[in-house]
Design a protein around this ligand. Structure first.
Ligand code: UD1
Length: 433
């Protein structure tokens, strides 16, 4: 077991480069299963534990997968008959693996996947995915914790999503590319990761139009082939560095950060008094650490992303005056705040809304990450806390950030990853002297 220790008080200076987007690469890797001939070469792949799990899922399904970590490149060949069942042991490790359903159903007419359970941030059903498959003509059954879909041939149709779910949009889009005729999906998710997936599908031979708008139109094709692709940068990782600098103070150039993917964050931070300069494929952040209060509500893209809600609350905790955060996307996403109470953060939670009366001077404490973005939030809190904060449960962090501590250390933060046993032998603060 490892922990991250952070000693508060340093400002951040320098340059940091953002990796490829976790939430783009996972559905793109699932989409490689659609290629009945040729090789897929996916570039700018982040070295994240979720990516290793998706690689395991593809290999289990009998695709040939090779991960060249030095080049951050994954090659997938999925010619011939593949398995169409994914067991609970794999789905339970990562709920995003349900996005293999659309491709397998489309190509082989059958898929059986363990139902993903709930997770720390809410119940997260997949009813919208299933409704979409049914609308395309699949027969879907649920038995013994597995969901199974069958169809001799999917047939294009009009589908309206009750909520613009990212996963449902991806899964239905990938099912429809090999359906007979035209599928129109309305009220779809508009996230940049959806656009990246659609671009990749089109290069594989699909005909997908409208990704990035409310309506996606797909004209089915007979077969798809392997191709190469470069994954877009991770807007949430970029946002995490932008926020870390805003909170800790300093001047950091976040490279491979696309401004147009982070507009709500940038506009909110400007309201709070942070200087943000847009550069070519980069964002320069300057902050003296003194922040003004502001209110935020999470929404589907292009609204404020739920994945930056937890890190953003640290800016609100540190801001002067009253701030409010409203979480409308997931029902249980304030778990990081319970940990932050132990760091003396002042706030009140009322259902899906939390109000802050700042600034709170944070005190170092031992805290536990409860999910991926909570982990990032606690580390940012540690950057400004008095004393040395110890963050545990790093398996969450490693799902979505590759060596976040090394990148922050290169920017001047006092931060280290330490073996838990080592930490028992001497106080956390000793590791920086
Ligand atoms: C994706 C992202 C995740 C991000 C989320 C919202 C990946 C791998 N993960 O997750 O990081 O936080 O988008 O931007 O891309 N819902 C239903 N029925 C469904 C599907 C979803 O009710 O069939 C609800 C969920 O419970 C949730 C909301 O819709 O309240 C949003 O979920 P969704 O957009 O599907 O998120 P994910 O695709 O799971």
């Amino acid at each position: 077991m490892e922990n991250i220790i952070v000693r508060g008080g340093k400002t951040l200076q320098g340059e940091v480069k953002v990796d490829g987007a976790k939430n783009a690469v996972l559905p793109i890797l699932a989409a490689t299963l659609l290629a009945s001939e040729g090789k897929n070469l996916i570039n700018n792949v982040p070295l994240l534990s979720d990516v290793y799990i998706m690689k395991e899922v593809l290999a289990y399904l009998d695709a040939e997968v090779h991960f060249d970590e030095a080049k951050q490149q994954i090659e997938v060949v999925s010619e011939g008959q593949l398995r169409t069942e994914t067991p609970f042991e794999l789905v339970s490790k990562m709920r995003a693996s349900v996005v293999v359903m659309g491709p397998l159903l489309a190509r082989f007419g059958h898929v059986k996947v363990a139902m993903p359970g709930g997770c720390a941030i809410g119940s997260r059903p997949i009813d919208l995915h299933i409704k979409g498959f049914e609308a395309l003509g699949a027969e879907v059954t649920m038995t013994n914790g597995y969901v199974e879909a069958r169809a001799d041939q999917l047939v294009g149709t009009d589908i309206y999503l009750d909520f613009p779910s990212v996963g449902a949009t991806e899964n239905i889009m990938m099912a429809a590319v090999l359906a007979e005729g035209v599928t129109t999906i309305e009220n779809v998710a508009k996230e940049p990761e959806i656009v990246d997936l659609a671009n990749y599908l089109n290069r594989m031979g699909a005909q997908v139009q409208g990704a990035g708008t409310d309506t996606i139109k797909i004209t089915g094709v007979d077969a798809m082939h392997g191709t190469d692709h470069c994954v877009i940068p991770d807007r949430i990782e970029a946002g995490t560095f932008i926020l870390a600098t805003a909170v800790a103070g300093g001047e950091v150039l976040v490279k491979d950060a696309l401004v147009e993917h982070n507009l709500p964050l940038i506009s909110k931070l400007r309201e709070m008094g942070v200087e943000i300069v847009e550069e070519m494929d980069a964002v320069l952040v300057k902050s003296d650490g003194h922040l003004k209060a502001t209110n935020v509500k999470t929404l589907p893209y292009p609204g404020f992303p739920t994945d930056l809600q937890a890190p953003f609350t640290i800016a609100q905790i540190r801001a002067e005056g009253s701030s409010v955060m409203e979480e409308t996307v997931f029902e249980n996403r304030f778990m990081h705040l319970e940990e932050l109470r132990r760091m003396d953060a002042q706030f009140k939670i009322h259902g899906d809304t939390v109000s802050f009366e700042g600034p709170s001077q944070l005190q170092a404490a031992s805290v536990q990450a409860t999910d991926l973005r909570a982990a990032a939030a606690l580390i940012i809190a540690g950057l400004v806390a008095e004393g040395t904060t110890v963050v545990s449960q790093l398996q969450y962090l490693d799902r979505g950030y590759h060596h976040l501590e090394d990148k922050l250390q290169a920017l001047g933060a006092d931060i280290k990853r330490i073996d838990a046993d080592e930490l028992q032998s001497r106080p956390a603060s000793d590791f920086f002297d």
